[in-house]
Design a binder for this molecule. Structure first.
Ligand code: GLA
Length: 666
């Protein structure tokens, strides 16, 4: 099980990414369930807490009639509203007989006869969510209820967190309880395991106590955040919350981004594609939340096309079970790149167009750790391209996503003569050379097809300068490395002259960069330096907090050439949108970086916390995240760098994330 999704693989291969988690995967329930994310249908997103038997039966039948069952959508879950206020005389739970006249066991049987699975819904508090009308919860009745669910032949339990905080007299929700929900979920987990029927357990405590750290030991999936709302902004908010926990996904343990809104008439088709693509590649359970068919409704053809896309489902159900992670985000330009590995050495990548206008977007393969792809399949664009070198550009609809599968790939930085080289007079020139940053310090290694027979000279030039670079190669050398400049972008050329021996490939290694800890910056306004607990706020041990809109951190940073430089920003944000999730909460904060008084580059950073915002070390405000941006305006010599929160006062969050430090690739 890879615990570091974004490892830097091999010499000089730099994959810009959010810092990998330092939390190894926790022990998990190893019962063979949910080896790939569970798929199904649930009443809640469309019918709210008003399910009934006719609704369940007609939608279950539709799963079969529409062929959704054979694509994997099999678990039918009856969410809130199914139960009653009181238990039976023997203390057991029962269904609402008016709404479900045939009763739960019969409905379970009906689903099983359709070869579907029966999902039930309960709550770890005294009442179910959505009460009133009061529906009794499972608190203090866990064993009896688990037994009842097993008797009804349930196949899964979604277990919620309403009316659960005793210390505050059981309010509907308390997002900041004084004790963790974890023990209540543990009791139910044990009760389920004691039954002689395997039941998949879905932990639904809305991400309040960072369940990624404990839920895998108790169940098969955990809700990462508060409920999805029927608004486009819920997608950005959810993805920002997923960022720091993508590495916790794996067979039997899935971060649940919540049920799908596809088909509920709230999104355009492009938006539905984005929603579905990202849920799929982040390995979220895929639970349809739309009315497939009832007395008045039938799902639209367009939405059905989204939900039945077999490529996207295959990414979700890929046996490797590794989630995609966020690689790059361009906040000013409004797009971002996610990617992750698939079985058989393939890669999936997604470029989200956050702007609501159709435009051409480019995926630079090095942003996902690759240099070329023998085959690229563009899923929504319905295109296939062979021999893709360095970049792929396609039209992406407003709020849409370019979703591609890359196969027969080579790692970033490696340019074979066969793919990238071209005979050029007395030499060979290599095209489509990618540079993350503008720098004179690239290492360019020339690998010969065979050892050179006698000592000789070699000369190269890059498109970044008129200058030539030469060195002597001793006899029998296999390779030689020179230092040369490249300009940030994907269109550099390297030309090598006077080589008697054929060149097999060229390897380009970016500079390592120099780290500037936040502790060395000079603070203005309200900004304050904060010391963190031992081993936290990596790699510095402290951070700059309270970066309000009028507050900044300044440093003078030397560069060895002018141009655009790639800067990796280490930040901390654990402002988890819980209450605000119903409104405009986005799980993000705004950070700006300006060089030499130029226009600031803005980065809307996602969450970085990998510990509980209630009880974890530093409340999760000591866990560093990392994202890179390209910044322009650098001069050869000293540069004035200002970290701040320009425009922050106009955003949802007036504060920037805390700033740990930055690495400049020069
Ligand atoms: C909570 C859950 C939702 C849904 C509702 C029902 O909010 O997170 O998924 O089950 O309760 O009221």
């Amino acid at each position: 099980m890879p615990t570091r999704m974004n490892a830097i693989i091999g010499l000089g291969l730099l994959i810009p990414s959010v810092a990998a988690t330092n939390s190894p995967l926790q022990t998990r329930l190893d019962d063979g369930l949910a080896l790939t994310p569970q798929m199904g249908w649930n009443t809640y997103n469309h019918y709210n807490c008003f399910p009934n038997e006719a609704i369940v039966r007609s939608n279950a039948q539709a799963l079969v009639d529409l062929g959704l069952d054979s694509l994997g959508y099999r678990t039918v879950t009856i969410d809130c509203g199914w139960s009653v206020a009181d238990r039976l005389a023997d203390g057991s739970l029962t269904w609402n007989e008016t709404l479900f006249p045939s009763g739960f066991p019969k409905i379970g049987q009906y689903l099983h006869d359709l070869e579907l699975l029966f999902g039930v819904y309960g709550d770890s508090g005294i009442k179910l969510c959505g009460s009133p009308p009061d529906n009794v919860g499972s608190l203090d009745h866990e064993e009896q209820d688990a037994k009842t669910f097993a008797e009804w032949e349930a196949d899964s339990l979604k277990y919620d967190n309403c009316y659960s905080d005793e210390a505050t007299n059981f309010p509907n929700v308390n997002y900041q309880p004084s004790t963790s929900p974890q023990p209540r979920f543990e009791i139910m987990s044990r009760a389920l395991q004691a039954q002689d029927r395997p039941m998949l357990f879905q932990v639904c405590e809305w991400g309040i106590d960072f369940p990624a750290n404990w839920a895998p030991a108790l169940g098969h999936s955990w809700r990462i955040g508060n409920d999805i709302i029927p608004a486009w902004r819920a997608i950005f908010r959810t993805l920002n919350q997923a960022v720091p926990q993508t590495s916790y996904a794996g067979p039997g343990q899935w971060p649940d981004l919540d049920m799908l809104m596809v088909g509920n008439g709230v999104f355009s088709q492009a938006e539905e594609q984005t929603h579905f693509s990202l849920w799929a590649i982040l390995k979220s359970p895929l639970t349809i939340g739309a009315a497939l068919k009832d007395d008045t409704t039938a799902i639209s053809k367009g939405s059905l096309q989204v939900l039945t896309n077999e490529d996207v489902i295959a990414f979700n159900q890929d046996k490797l079970g590794v989630s995609a992670s966020l690689r790059r985000r361009w906040s000013d330009e409004g797009f971002e790149v996610w990617s992750g590995p698939l079985e058989g050495g393939k890669t999936v990548a997604a470029v989200i167009n956050w702007r609501n206008e159709s435009r051409d977007l480019t995926l630079d393969l090095p942003d996902v750790g690759l240099q070329s792809a023998g085959v690229l399949r563009d899923v929504w664009g319905e295109a296939m391209e062979r021999g893709v070198r360095t970049s792929y550009t396609a039209r992406v609809e407003g709020h849409g996503t370019m979703l591609v599968e890359l196969d027969e790939t080579t790692p970033a930085g490696e340019y074979s003569t066969a793919l990238f080289g071209r005979k050029n007079g007395q030499g060979t020139s290599f095209q489509s050379i990618y540079a993350l940053t503008t720098s004179a310090n690239y290492g360019i290694t020339i690998n010969f097809a065979q050892p050179v027979s006698s000592a000789t000279n070699i000369t190269l030039r890059t498109s970044a300068s008129k200058q030539t670079y030469s060195t002597e190669i001793p006899a029998s050398a296999h390779q030689v490395t020179l230092q040369a400049p490249l300009i940030a972008g994907s269109n550099n050329t390297i030309t090598v002259w006077h080589h008697q021996t054929a060149i097999d490939s060229v390897q380009v290694t970016p500079p390592n960069g120099t780290y500037y800890p936040g502790a060395k910056f000079i603070l203005h306004g309200d900004a304050k330096q904060v010391t963190c607990g031992e081993g936290f706020c990596q790699p510095v041990g402290s951070k700059i907090g309270n970066l309000a809109a009028n507050s900044t951190a300044h440093a003078v940073i030397a560069a060895s050439s002018s141009g655009s430089k790639y800067v990796e920003l280490d930040y901390i944000n654990n402002e988890v949108a819980l209450d605000s999730a119903w409104g405009w909460g986005a799980n993000s904060r705004n950070l700006t970086l300006a060089v030499n008084g130029g226009l600031p580059v803005r980065l809307e950073v996602p969450l970085s916390g990998r510990h509980s915002e209630l009880f974890g070390p530093g409340q999760g405000w000591w866990d560093t995240g990392s994202l890179g941006v390209l910044t322009s305006g650098w001069k050869d010599g000293e540069n004035e760098v200002v970290i701040g929160n320009v425009g922050g006062e106009k955003g949802f969050q007036a504060l920037a994330p805390d700033f740990v430090g930055m690495r400049i690739y020069d």
